[in-house]
Ligand binder design. Sequence first.
Ligand SMILES: [Cu+2]
Length: 503
Amino acid sequence: MQTQPNEAATLPGYKKPITLVQMGVILALAVIACVGGVALLIFTGGEAGAETAVSPNQSAIVPAVNTEAIAQGEVIFAANCAACHSVGGGVRVGPDLAGVAARRDADWLSRWIAEPDAMLAEGDPIATELLAEFNSITMPNLQLSPDEVASVIAYLENPEGVALQVAADPVLGANGETGHTMSKTAVSAAVDAVSIIRNPTDLPAPITSRTPQHHVVEMTAVEVDGQLADGTTFRYMTFDGQVPGPMLRLRVGDTMELHLQNQMTSVLPHSIDLHAVTGPGGGAVFTQTAADETSIFQFKALQPGLYVYHCATASIPHHISSGMYGLILVEPEEGLSPVDHEFYVMQGEIYTEQPFGTPGHLTFSHEKMLDEDPEYYVFNGAAGALTLDEYAMRVEVGDTVRIFFGVGGPNKISSLHLIGEIFDKVYDQASLTSPPLTDVQTTLVPPGGATVVEFTMDVPGRYILVDHALSRLERGLVGFLYAAGNENPDIFGGSGFPEASGH
Ligand SMILES: [Cu+2]
């Protein structure tokens, strides 16, 4: 174990997730490993990346509209408001803001965006009516400056304004670039983005034989700009600053008191539903937690198994896909058989407005989430995270290995496979009370489900962990397991293997 589960305050420093070139190499490797061919695929990352510059002088073309303010407003909206609102895309956590500038008085609108909390507290009639309609969540005060409020309003008045202006421009228009690309092309990568990758070795030690215990666990909901891929950042939502959240481990019969704190800087409320809990909502009913608040609930672990936990605050798939999931292991009374290495890996999907490979800061796409059409697939939070030297799994030939694997998702079934290895045992559906399956190549893991796989390393080299729905490998879903040790020619040998196969 390298880090404590509760250190959201000390987020890990910047670590570089996989580069597109590395991805190309991995892809080529996987092809070689899978079909034994000599295919040499070089992944080309596409040409995306140029920021769409919206000239401040656009207003000279049609002076009635301040395109600079609109463009600035669109960026502010994407960062602060889009989690809860769409403009013309339907109701989300809050109302659809298409036409809001026309349906609300200008003074009301600018005051509301600046200090909704004060207006709600005063009982402003419109605010009170809206609150009743959207009764679960109040709009937070986003601490925008008067200038920023004015820009957001300029954008809300003219959500198509930039596009129309640019299209009308004889030069820019001819370029085929329209202001619409603002949302398809990323703004610059967040400079303060951190690594959100959970090290697969970061899990609690096995429980040895003992009587039931009471655990007090503190977890913190952290919204943070994280490294999704090299040069690409994304606004993650996490438990304790990493993806997946900390692995929890207890024994059947144990009780746990869970404190969920939501950071003061959070924009959204958060909660936790643990599938190991018996009771309505699995904890979600007790833990809907606003920013700067803490909620507490407790439960008794009645049934052994490896269970998923996740945030259960609307829009739930938005919170889950953004990183709010983890595993909780309830060991049987007799514990698990000892192994040489245990690893903690989870699979997720990330839905971004911009296509896979776009550098810059990517924005969440509610439409793609509804279509179940992710741009990225990730093990432990970032594209190719577990291929990086500091996060790859490392064992020795002869070692026994156990992987605790879960799918946060929220939508895709994983066909878990370790290229070049056969699972000796699979605890199918993560049931620890049924006899395990033996000698399995690929195992299905549903969203909100988990599995435990065990195997022994016989041959040294680099093994590639994938979802055998292999298109996902090209979208970031790949990890490495290195086995060090002596060759074992009785089991595996040959000549002419390319160096790149990991030998
Ligand atoms: Cu959440």
